[in-house]
Design a protein around this ligand. Structure first.
Ligand code: GAL
Length: 423
């Protein structure tokens, strides 16, 4: 079943008054250490990631004078490295005060594993219950309890390009379907240009999920994650074959996402499929102009669909500085904090009452699409929405094999088997 924008937003939204963000947290104790500090764990340290976090930290410091902020960010796009460090810390019973988490199945896995405290009391005390799309907080809820605060909405299904280079190569517009894009790839090959620049493993899988989305359509794509679409079906295997052909025409590297998209700006590759954090990076760190120096459209076959993910922050069990962790969560949930963070991060706010004037260029388009009631919302695999942690780990393992042998049928079969074992 498709989830459209209206369903994700839920009914009953509309309260406009925002409860003021307290200057300093007063609830709970500050934890066993008693230090006036908060340690926040994320993977936002690279260019285009760090700037948004820095804006949020600055506002936090203004609202919480004298509280030391320990930025425990671990570098690496999509949190691959960070989640490994986090897992060891949690196992060793050394949780940070708050950590970054994706809404959806990733959150569900952490909640089921009893890593997190329920924070309904913060939602009630601060009037947050009607400040976020209902369908979004549901993705952070288990058994009626909410476990995290969403700070943004990112879109994963985007195709970035350099319009000047496309003109130079005689391409008037990016292909609207993956077959059209493949045809452009063959033309570009003749000119010594790679079709796509694709970064390391997670970014390859990010491309893969969006090829599946574009080839299968939103309904069948959704079915991949809930058992309704047969992974062994010829349409799915066919879509994986398209992905394989795309890889063959592309510059595939072990780089992180920033150097990969740099190649598109430089003109050694024509396109990059990435989430809209890349717009934050191009516009911010690279100081490029939307539509002139870079442009972006929905990835082929996915116009009108928002393949979403939402970054959220948590209160881990045993957080050493609980009161300041709560103050951080208040910062993350606040209208002011979200409107400082998201324009830099390249995401739209999770809050429903944001100041629209802060979202310009790419983000004005993104916000319009996100708020359009006919936009169809689906969830990202790579960024934690649709597969639980155990299944996702198995998909990653199977992808490693596929990357070597390029056997689409075997890959699809392995994912199906892993679903059956981990659902
Ligand atoms: C996602 C995360 C985004 C962005 C991206 C690249 O998983 O949700 O905020 O950081 O990875 O690192």
């Amino acid at each position: 079943m498709q989830v459209n924008r209206r369903q994700l937003l839920g009914a009953g939204v509309g309260a406009s008054a925002l409860l003021a963000l307290p200057a300093c947290s007063s609830s709970g104790d500050s934890g066993s250490g008693g230090d006036k500090k908060v340690e926040v764990f994320s993977w936002w340290s690279g260019p285009g990631e760090g700037e948004g976090l820095a804006a949020l930290i600055e506002d936090f410091k203004k609202n919480n004078p004298g509280v030391e902020f320990v930025n425990a960010a671990v570098a690496g796009g999509s949190g691959t490295q960070a989640r490994q460090v986090l897992t060891s810390r949690l196992l060793a019973n050394q949780p940070p005060d708050s950590y970054q988490l994706h809404a959806g199945q990733e959150a569900a896995s952490d909640i089921k594993d009893a890593k997190l405290e329920a924070i309904d009391y913060l939602y009630d005390a601060n009037g947050w219950r009607d400040k976020f799309p209902k369908g979004l907080t549901e993705k952070l809820t288990i058994n009626g309890k909410i476990y995290a605060v969403p700070v943004n909405i990112h879109r994963s299904n985007l195709l970035f390009f350099n319009p000047k280079k496309l003109t130079e190569w005689g391409i008037t517009a990016p292909g609207k379907t993956w077959s059209e894009l493949l045809a452009q790839g063959n033309t570009l090959k003749g000119k010594g240009v790679k079709l796509l620049s694709v970064a390391t493993t997670w970014a390859q899988m990010h491309l893969m999920e969006n090829v599946l989305l574009g080839e299968l359509g939103a309904d069948k794509y959704n079915g991949l994650w809930n058992g309704q679409t047969d992974w062994n079906g010829s349409d799915v295997v066919g879509a994986l074959d398209v992905f394989k052909q795309l890889l063959a025409l592309s510059a595939v590297s072990t780089d992180d996402w920033q150097p990969a998209i740099d190649k598109v700006i430089a003109g050694t590759a024509a396109f990059n499929v990435m989430g809209d954090w890349a717009a934050g990076y191009l516009q911010g760190a690279k100081a490029l102009k939307y539509k002139t120096d870079y442009d972006v459209v929905a990835s082929p076959g996915s116009a009108g669909v928002y393949n979403f993910l939402a970054d959220s922050f948590t209160l881990p069990k045993g957080a050493p500085h609980k009161a300041y962790a709560e103050a951080w969560l208040k910062e993350c949930a606040s209208k002011e904090g979200q409107d400082l963070f998201n324009p830099k991060k390249g995401s739209v706010p999770a809050r429903l009452d944001s100041d629209k004037s802060k979202y310009t260029d790419y983000l004005a388009w993104a916000l319009g699409e996100w708020q359009n009631t006919s936009t169809v919302v689906v969830g990202s695999l790579v960024h934690g929405v649709v597969a639980n942690n155990a299944w996702k780990a198995e998909i990653e393992k199977a992808y490693g094999v596929f990357f070597q042998d390029k056997d689409s049928k075997k890959f699809a079969g392995a994912i199906a088997a892993a679903y059956a074992a981990n659902k």
